[in-house]
Design a protein around this ligand. Structure first.
Ligand SMILES: Nc1ncnc2c1ncn2[C@@H]1O[C@H](COP(=O)(O)OP(=O)(O)O)[C@@H](O)[C@H]1O
Ligand SMILES: Nc1ccn([C@@H]2O[C@H](COP(=O)(O)O)[C@@H](O)[C@H]2O)c(=O)n1
Length: 208
């Protein structure tokens, strides 16, 4: 089996990264493609109390176990299986579960800071930035986090103003310059997704 194609997909919270990643995977067909979410590699915080966990800055590069993520990607590149951690947003830490991922042809790596770390960035074959207006991203996050991540409206607003917004400006937005492709509005941009899928298919064909 040849080395897998590694697609990196980034953008701010609520930009539509996950939606784009899932659409690409659906369009390519599900065989031999895996989605790896950078969120799965948030550091384990089981040694901290819940009160201390909520003080963590989850939008800073230090929040991620990037060393483990790179090690896992290198293993997949070398044809080895990995045990991917499973993150629990309600409790702000890893669960005891893991998901085994087997070697594959295409890896879609999705997350807010996948273009921030130079070593990680240099591993990527295709780099994509999903670009969505800040107000739209905030509304999507508010709806999602209150429905799916066990948050209150007050906590989402306070976290956004105190940490998410400044970290976006400092660490995420500047990585747009590294992207090969910028997708406006994200998930339902059919033309951009079609172009990407065609490109990945042609790389796979070249690799045989
Ligand atoms: N183009 C879109 N229009 C409306 N809602 C969208 C769109 N793309 C994503 N969403 C919704 O916004 C929320 C955040 O999208 P998601 O893809 O999870 O973003 P991200 O992974 O960048 O945080 C989800 O609830 C998703 O269903
Ligand atoms: N315990 C946590 C961990 C992360 N977050 C927030 O998640 C955002 C990244 O995920 P997206 O799917 O929105 O890209 C990031 O902005 C963190 O603030 C959190 O709230 N709690």
């Amino acid at each position: 089996m040849s080395k897998p194609v590694l697609i990196g997909l980034t953008g701010g919270t609520g930009s539509g990264k996950t939606t784009v990643a899932k659409t690409i995977i659906e369009e390519l067909g599900h065989d031999n493609i895996v989605l790896i979410q950078q969120d799965s590699y948030y550091k384990d915080q089981s040694h901290l109390s819940f009160e201390d966990r909520i003080k963590t800055n989850y939008d800073h590069p230090f929040a991620f176990d990037t060393e483990l993520l790179i090690e896992h990607l290198e293993d997949l590149m070398a044809g080895k299986s990995i045990d991917k951690p499973v993150y629990d947003f309600s409790h702000h830490t890893r669960t005891d579960e893991v998901v085994t991922i087997n070697p594959c042809d295409v890896i879609v790596l999705e997350g807010i800071l996948v273009l921030e770390n130079e070593q990680l960035r240099d591993m990527l074959d295709i780099k994509i930035y999903v670009d969505t207006d800040n107000d739209v991203r905030f509304i999507r996050r508010l709806l999602r986090d209150t429905k799916e991540r066990g948050r209150t409206m007050d906590s989402v607003v306070n976290q956004y103003l105190g940490v998410v917004r400044p970290m976006h400006q400092q660490f995420i937005e500047p990585t747009k310059k590294y992207a090969d492709i910028i997708i406006p509005e994200g998930g339902y941009n059919k033309v951009a997704i079609d172009i990407l899928v065609t490109k990945v298919k042609s790389i796979l064909k070249e690799l045989g």
